[in-house]
Design a protein around this ligand. Structure first.
Ligand SMILES: [Zn+2]
Ligand SMILES: [Zn+2]
Length: 136
């Protein structure tokens, strides 16, 4: 598993990046802020280290919004694709799984703030690379 590279991009392709190590966690956040920011009933993130993130193209196209006093979210200013959830002072960030183009190895998937879920969800997973992951 050493020296794995994962690539990603936004919808329009202006922003492209790579990650030089696998994520440490897969998670879905059902909080209202993630629902609104991602236009979905939950946001799915892969947790990566800031040190492993490298922007290949479109650095100037990355905009950010401070969604709370402790965190900000980045997105492509051209197409609006969600990119990162960054909590201040942490060595890791959440990458919107939708922006990742390399399938991930199967790994456990954790649910956060499931109490604010819009609907009871089925537990089915439709992102490539997470099929078969355990749902807690
Ligand atoms: Zn874009
Ligand atoms: Zn959230």
């Amino acid at each position: 598993m050493e020296h794995e590279t994962f690539t990603g991009s936004c919808l329009c392709g202006a922003v492209r990046f790579e990650l030089n190590a696998p994520p440490s966690e897969l998670l879905r956040c059902h909080c209202r802020m993630c629902q609104k920011a991602h236009g979905a009933e939950f946001a799915t993130f892969a947790r990566f280290a800031h040190d492993d993130w490298r922007i290949i193209a479109g650095e100037d196209d990355i905009a950010e919004y401070r969604s709370s006093s402790a965190a900000r979210r980045t997105f492509c200013r051209q197409c609006g694709s969600a990119l990162q959830f960054i909590r201040d002072g942490k060595e890791t960030f959440g990458l919107a799984l939708s922006a990742l183009d390399t399938p991930l190895p199967s790994m456990p998937l954790h649910d956060y703030h499931a109490g604010s879920a819009c609907e009871p969800y089925s537990g089915e997973l439709w992102f490539p690379g997470v099929t078969g992951a355990g749902v807690r």
